[in-house]
Design a protein. Structure first.
Length: 502
């Protein structure tokens, strides 16, 4: 999998399928751009993307459905034939259902002498590139039985695949697989970028991602409000201005990391180290007394305090400007007492790991709602908070993060491939386009919590801290992965944080 591997900067505004159809309608009806013109542009962009990715291709098999996605495929087939590349159309579905622009594109392809055969499942694909122009974004439910064998045939072929607009069978709104989906090596999306390409199962199926707005007027995008936003690290870094020459440590806040029950010193240590590297003026750690030597030896800049009860942590919390609670906290009475004290604070909070699980239990924190905290659940923790299954969370991550934010307030980060951020400051849900499978390792969430705490301590709002924090975390992970994804450790990220925040 080459997740979001593209030299092209992805668009900021992301849409649901119905919104993209509305953008398409506005371009045709209000801007007087013929639908067939848009189809020809899409086919040309798709063909150019294919040639850029596989310049030595000598055969192209275009798998076409009966809608406009198939129409884009017919245009691509015509362009391939004109370039002298061997090309064949594999037609799926009843050709009598092809109408409008797609029918015109098909007729032109056949007039140019391109061969078209009906799908029968027997044909062997042994070379060249397959173009998935089967279903597009029009699916309203699971892939029907007559198309499922086509998708499985494509996936069995071992040939590289270019998906036009979206891999067939992938939900463009949620990133959920609708029963069956094409595994693409390259996806090229048009007019409005579909939010499902970047989260859920999307990153497993899209391969590299490219985008074109098909040269439609910018004004049409003002008429349809995007539902989500692709976060941009460089833009978000503007929230951290250069430091003044007269700055001192008190200007950059005091983070208190709270956690590290018996046997879990590492989580609190990693969070503390990350907070130091992201620029907090002071970093303290309240943990089990036996962990003090390990933390100090690892990071002597951290002021580590041993506490054995909630009462002992109160004077330490009074000094903090931001508090992280959860890394290695555990769910025993010790962790519950610390969380209870932290929850009473008015300073910004980061709630992670077992602090989320304690809240989900509903015993320690009776009314878990704050405007100035950041909750950082992974799908399992999110499921416990909402009283459902992890699978249900992953079915529609956008709905899940929105419901978590509505129910618990503040800012919510739903971790995973295509991490989502929901808050009250921003009208759209943020999607982090950074990160990689090498980050599927213990301790990564602890590093993120430390990053978030440091950003809060430096005066960023929870919403801005969350959006910048997940991008900083993902970018550090991508740099660390340059040496290979397998075997990455959470501490590998920490060395890159200082570079990135500068």
């Amino acid at each position: 999998m080459e997740r979001h591997n593209t030299e092209q900067k992805l668009p900021t505004h992301l849409y649901r399928a119905q919104q993209v159809r509305e953008l398409d309608r506005i371009a045709i009806d209000q801007e007087n751009i013929p639908g067939f013109t848009l189809m020809r542009r899409a086919g040309k962009v798709a063909f150019d993307t294919l040639i850029d990715r596989w310049p030595e291709v000598d055969k192209i098999t275009v798998v076409c459905g009966v809608g406009n996605n198939g129409g884009d495929g017919y245009v691509l087939a015509t362009l391939a034939m004109q370039r002298g590349i061997a090309v064949e159309i594999v037609q799926c579905g009843d050709v009598k259902k092809i109408t409008g622009d797609a029918l015109q594109a098909r007729q032109l392809a056949l007039q140019d002498g391109i061969g078209s055969v009906d799908f029968d499942g027997e044909r062997q694909l042994d070379r060249g590139v397959i173009v998935d122009a089967l279903l597009g974004t029009g699916l309203s439910g699971d892939v029907r039985d007559n198309f499922a064998p086509v998708i499985e045939w494509i996936n069995r072929s071992q040939c590289p695949v270019l998906a036009i607009d979206i891999p067939s069978g992938l939900c463009s709104d949620t990133g959920r697989v609708l029963g069956h989906a094409v595994y693409a090596d390259q996806t090229v999306s048009f007019i409005g970028f579909k939010q499902g390409l970047l989260t859920g199962s999307g990153p497993d199926y899209t391969g590299r991602v490219a985008f074109s707005d098909l040269a439609v007027p910018k004004a049409i995008f003002q008429q349809v409000v995007a539902t989500s936003q692709c976060l941009d690290f460089d833009e978000l870094m503007a929230a951290l201005p250069p430091r003044q020459s007269t700055a001192h440590k008190g200007d950059f806040g005091h983070v208190m990391i709270t956690g590290g029950d018996s046997g879990m010193a590492g989580a609190a240590t990693m969070a503390s180290q990350a907070a130091c590297r992201v620029g907090a003026g002071l970093v303290s750690c309240a943990t089990r007394p036996e962990h003090i030597p390990a933390i100090i030896s690892r990071c002597p800049e951290v002021m580590a305090h041993g506490v054995i009860s909630g009462q002992e942590i109160e004077p330490l919390l009074a000094r903090a400007t931001a508090v992280v609670v959860g890394p290695g906290l555990g769910r025993a009475p010790w962790g519950e007492q610390l969380l209870q004290k932290v929850f009473k604070l008015s300073v910004p909070l980061v709630i992670d790991a077992d602090a989320l699980n304690i809240i989900a239990d509903g015993r320690v924190v009776k009314q878990p709602y704050k405007d100035n905290w950041i909750l950082t659940p992974h799908p399992g923790e999110a499921a416990r908070l909402l009283g459902c299954s992890s699978a249900e969370i992953q079915q529609d991550r956008f709905a899940a993060v929105a419901e978590l934010q509505r129910r618990f307030g503040g800012t919510v980060i739903l971790k995973g491939a295509g991490t989502l951020v929901a808050d009250t400051e921003t009208a759209t849900i943020g999607i982090c386009p950074y990160g990689n499978p090498g980050m599927a390792a213990g301790g990564m969430g602890d590093v993120l919590s430390g990053i978030l705490g440091a950003l809060l301590a430096q005066g960023l709002s929870p919403a801005v801290a969350a959006r910048l924090g997940v991008c900083l975390h993902g970018r550090a992970g991508d740099i660390a992965a340059s040496s290979g994804q397998r075997g990455m450790m959470a501490t590998d990220l920490i060395a890159h944080l200082r570079q990135l925040v500068n």
